[in-house]
Design a protein around this ligand. Sequence first.
Ligand code: GUN
Length: 284
Amino acid sequence: MTARVIDGVKLAAKIREDVAHRAAHLTAAGMKPGLAVILVGSDPASQVYVKNKVAACEKAGLHSVLEQYPSDMTQESLLERVRALNVDPAIHGILVQLPLPPHIDSHRVIEAIAAQKDVDGFHISNAGLLMTGKPLFRPCTPYGVMKMLEAEQVPIRGAVAVVIGASNIVGKPMAMLLQSAGATVTICNSKTKDLGWHTRHADIVVVATGKPKMIDASMVKAGAIVIDVGINRNAEGKLCGDVDFESVKTVAGAITPVPGGVGPMTIAMLLVNTVEAAERAQQR
Ligand code: GUN
């Protein structure tokens, strides 16, 4: 068996096209959707991510602002910037790129973002809404994964799903979304004993660990759907995921590549969340 390769680039382009229409509609009504992205420090990967986010906004006709600050920015100055953006009528979405430098309490910063502008969906009130089945903003990466499963017509109701990685950004909200859609979900982590026992029982495996080649063919059930959220660089400096793609594609039913899988979907869903935030602001 050779797995179907799920094309995240193509699906993301379709979603961005829809976002562009909605943004044009809002702009014509005097409410151009606006996203502010804050980056503190000079982490090279974060710099690439935020630039891609801002470029995607511009391309879809959204207003975007990238604020970059040195790594010694104080927590108080960052909180002040967030508070100013909370009341800026041109800004409908605020994203503070994580991780933040260690002297800044990222929880404090995220909780300072107005929940209705929290397009990452990380604020506790948005996490709570997601947990109780009434999400306002779904975190972009898990939201993108759900869109991929939907586009591939993967049955979720009654499926056995295993999520590897329990972060607030990916693993936990991913599990919530799958569970709300009717899957039986197990969240595994770096300490899970006999990880392969769990993954071999799964119809859907979502891997978000940051460890290259963590999942190989021996750990995957024939025909399973394997979603790779990892973005790593191998010894040759080439981008790779957390899944041993060449091995797993011989047993899986469908698999996402890295690059070209989940990554583009994360950005597309950020645009969706920003347009939704602007649409809600228009209705207020
Ligand atoms: N760092 C890695 N992924 C993300 C994300 O989706 N949002 C933010 N704000 N920071 C991140």
